[in-house]
Design a protein around this ligand. Structure first.
Ligand code: SF4
Ligand code: SF4
Length: 408
């Protein structure tokens, strides 16, 4: 899985001179991202964890004790970032959060929101507030249609309900000190739009339609891992998606990729450079310890990162991490990101504009991009291709120009 071309791209970009130096290395550990298990109340189509209600992996208490000991040894400034699955479903979740907070760690929890409306979990907003837990909530989109398509029927209504309850407890309300951050990731095989722009859309629409406020919105690129990788493979879109990520490689994003400051811990205590490496089974390597039993900060804080083709997902466009874009928001993917290859022909954005009038000078209805080269399928969000001059979605079939499909 190791990717000579990701490392080669870093080297070409001159980010890690001198010649022959290690390609990508950690620069300290400010965050321990702790995966409490794969159990989840949802089974989202894009889930890189492949989580769901039937998964049984949960972090045993002995491993939790080991993680708490690490946090205490790391001092008060370390962030404990809890993830899953739905981390709330771990039977020792509240105990673990209390212990993390008592040890002085800043605690963040990831949530799919809907879980906060289920029996036994409804009081979690109060619990979060008491323990000053930062909430990072995934919400695919501000419309019911797109969100339910990705996560299942009824998920949007449940998410809105949970957001209102978090707001009522002060989360996402200016001056409360309780952070409620949303996470957006594209609903298909395309890059996220600019973070500031989509954040403004979410802020406006959630306030207008539901009276909901939040702190910040993070955009995350879909990584070729887990269910999303299966989806790319089954739909024949993997190579095109990888080509798109590679073409949008942004050297400015490299310095801030999350593995440089974070260590990811699996339910069994294994150590990984990030959650994506965890899902791909790529433990810390290059001589660094790969289990909390052997934790050694001196060997880990400047460890060489285990890279692969998926790393292009973190460095495409404005970059991507668990806290959103990592490069300046004024940065755009290079124009070459708009090249499409079909039957050995290279299609430029100009040709797309000419041949597919339904994207001409309009905002894409799926990703909200105004890029000339956006070729999201307006029905399913999939990456379309040009085939014999016709725009073709591998999921929905041939696309007609919008002018031909518009209602009379
Ligand atoms: S994406 Fe999140 S909410 Fe959806 S199945 Fe995966 S872990 Fe659960
Ligand atoms: S996928 Fe993981 S290892 Fe690769 S660049 Fe991103 S955070 Fe680092």
């Amino acid at each position: 899985m190791r990717s000579p071309d990701f490392d080669a791209s870093l080297k070409e970009a001159g980010r890690f001179p001198p010649e022959g130096a290690q390609p990508l290395a950690a620069d300290g550990i400010s965050t321990l991202q702790i995966n409490l298990g794969r159990l989840c109340n949802l089974s989202c189509k894009h889930c890189h964890v492949e989580a769901g209600p039937a998964r049984t992996e949960l972090m045993p208490e002995a491993v939790m004790d080991g993680v708490l000991a690490l946090l205490e040894g790391q001092g008060r400034r370390t962030v404990a970032d809890l993830t899953g699955g739905a981390p709330e479903m771990h039977p020792r979740y509240r105990w673990f959060i209390r212990r993390c907070a008592m040890g002085g760690a800043a605690v963040k929890t990831r949530t799919n929101l809907v879980i906060l409306t289920e029996k036994g979990f409804e009081d979690l907003p109060e619990f979060f507030a008491e323990n000053r837990v930062e909430v990072i909530a995934s919400l695919p989109y501000y419309s019911e249609e797109v969100t339910d398509r990705l996560r299942g029927s009824g998920v949007f209504k449940g998410s809105v309900n949970a957001l209102k309850r978090l707001n009522n407890r002060g989360y996402g309300v200016q001056g409360s000190g309780l952070a409620l951050n949303l996470v957006y990731n594209p609903c298909g095989a395309f890059l996220p739009p600019r973070q500031k722009e989509i954040e403004a859309d979410f802020r406006r629409e959630l306030l207008r339609t539901h009276g909901i406020t939040f702190t910040n919105l993070f955009t995350i690129t879909n990584m070729p891992a887990g269910r999303f990788l299966t989806f790319l493979e089954r739909s024949g879109n993997l190579n095109r998606y990888m080509e798109r990520l590679r073409a949008a490689f942004n050297p400015s994003a490299v310095q801030n990729v999350m593995c440089r400051q974070m260590l990811s811990i699996g339910p069994d205590g294994s150590l990984y450079d990030c959650d994506f490496n965890q899902m791909l089974g790529l433990k810390c390597g290059h001589g660094a310890p790969d289990n909390i039993r052997d934790f050694d900060i001196e060997k880990l804080k400047h460890r060489r990162i285990v890279t692969g083709p998926h790393c292009f997902g973190c460095t495409a466009g404005s970059g991507s991490s668990c806290t959103g874009a990592v490069a300046g928001q004024d940065l755009k993917p290079p124009r070459s990101a708009g090249l499409y290859r079909s039957r050995n022909r290279a299609y430029t954005s100009d040709m797309l504009k000419k041949e597919t009038p339904f994207i001409k000078d309009e905002e894409c209805p799926v990703c909200k991009n105004r890029e000339e080269d956006c070729v999201c399928c307006p029905e399913c969000g999939h990456l379309c291709v040009l085939n014999e001059g016709e725009l073709y979605c591998p999921v929905c079939g041939p696309k007609k120009p919008r002018s031909e499909t518009a209602a009379p």
